[in-house]
Design a protein. Structure first.
Length: 334
């Protein structure tokens, strides 16, 4: 597996391609950016070097973003869904152009392998492709009515402002999964990224800004608010945010769910698990052991699907344990 080598010249070129400056505003409504809060410094776990800094959102900044998103929704929802899909298609093509740069930044800021960084951007591209098709398939049912000369039908309507709270381990893909689908459905988005990976969010917003500028799209359909958990609370507590999608721990999920439910809002939660791998007596050890190693530590345990438990038949317990320890030793320490 290829890892990222730290060449500061290459990193500077990457940041320049993505429009990431040494100091960045942490709030954006598309083409406009601003921030009045304290500064976050993003240091790479690869070499410990400072990458860049990002401002954070105050309550006034958040309200400014929310107002822009609310206004944009009124216009965005009236654009035909296939046309919204066309803009998502353009965004996916922009991601193709910047895949290597954005994947490199994901790897350098978050710490996952370079191939994992590229793969995460590919997932963004894939969901854009999926969303384009979906934009022409927002079907509803028609039903017979008991009243003569009447038909009943169901039609989907966009919710409004969608809040997205993402975790550091997948700093861009999870946002794209939510955003691409929300956009084709007529919703607008406010993204609160992890304070550990703010630069990837700035980069994604800069890429989307190209689509907004080229098509004269409403300011506010794609918004970012950087900051700590208090900024996340602004999203979860605000009644004008119709749905909150949050990724993180079970503890965080419970707080988000209860807060949003208290105002009768909607939630989508992707939370930590306790995933197990089961090894039976007839398992192929040449497949099982590498799978256990990668599942547990291949991405530093930072997946919602990471292996956290191994359930082994007692007849092969010692064999599996010895093979696992040997594999781990050679994979990471020799």
């Amino acid at each position: 597996m290829e890892t990222l080598t730290t060449n500061q010249t290459d990193i500077s070129k990457t940041l320049n391609e993505l429009g990431v400056k040494s100091q960045n505003d942490g709030c954006s409504t598309g083409l406009n950016s601003f921030s009045s809060g304290k500064t976050i410094e993003s240091n790479s776990p690869v070499d410990g070097n400072l990458i860049a800094s990002v401002g954070t959102a105050t309550e006034d900044d958040f309200n400014k973003v929310l107002n822009a998103a609310t206004d944009a929704f009124k216009e965005w929802r009236m654009i035909p869904a296939p046309q919204r899909g066309e803009y998502v298609r353009q965004f996916g093509n922009k991601l193709r152009e910047h895949k290597n740069a954005l994947g490199t930044l994901v790897s350098y800021e978050m710490g996952k392998s370079l191939q994992e960084g590229y793969g995460e951007v590919q997932e963004m591209i894939d969901i854009c492709d999926f969303a384009v098709g979906l934009s022409r398939q927002l079907h509803g049912f028609t039903m017979h009515s008991e009243r003569p000369k009447h038909r009943m039908y169901e039609q989907y309507h966009p919710l409004g402002v969608v809040g997205i709270i993402s975790a550091f381990n997948f700093p861009v893909a999870v946002w794209a999964w939510n955003t691409a689908l929300a956009w084709v459905c007529g919703d607008v988005c406010i993204w609160k990224p992890s304070e550990k990976t703010p630069l990837t969010a700035i980069a994604c917003q800069n890429i989307m800004a190209e689509v907004i500028r080229e098509n004269n799209l409403p300011e506010g359909i794609s918004c970012v608010v950087n900051g700590d958990y208090k900024v996340g609370e602004m999203l979860t507590q605000n009644k004008d945010v119709s749905l909150v999608s949050a990724t993180g721990s079970i503890r965080m999920g419970k707080i988000v769910a209860q807060t949003v439910a208290a105002r009768l809002g909607k939630t989508l939660l992707e939370l930590g698990g306790n995933n197990a791998m089961i090894v039976t007596p007839n398992a192929d050890m040449k497949v099982s052991i590498p799978g256990i190693v990668f599942g547990a530590v291949g991405t530093a345990g930072q997946r919602c699907t990471s292996t956290r438990r191994v359930i082994i038949h007692e007849s092969i317990y010692d064999e599996v344990q010895d093979s696992y320890n040997t594999r781990l030793l050679h994979r990471f320490f020799i």
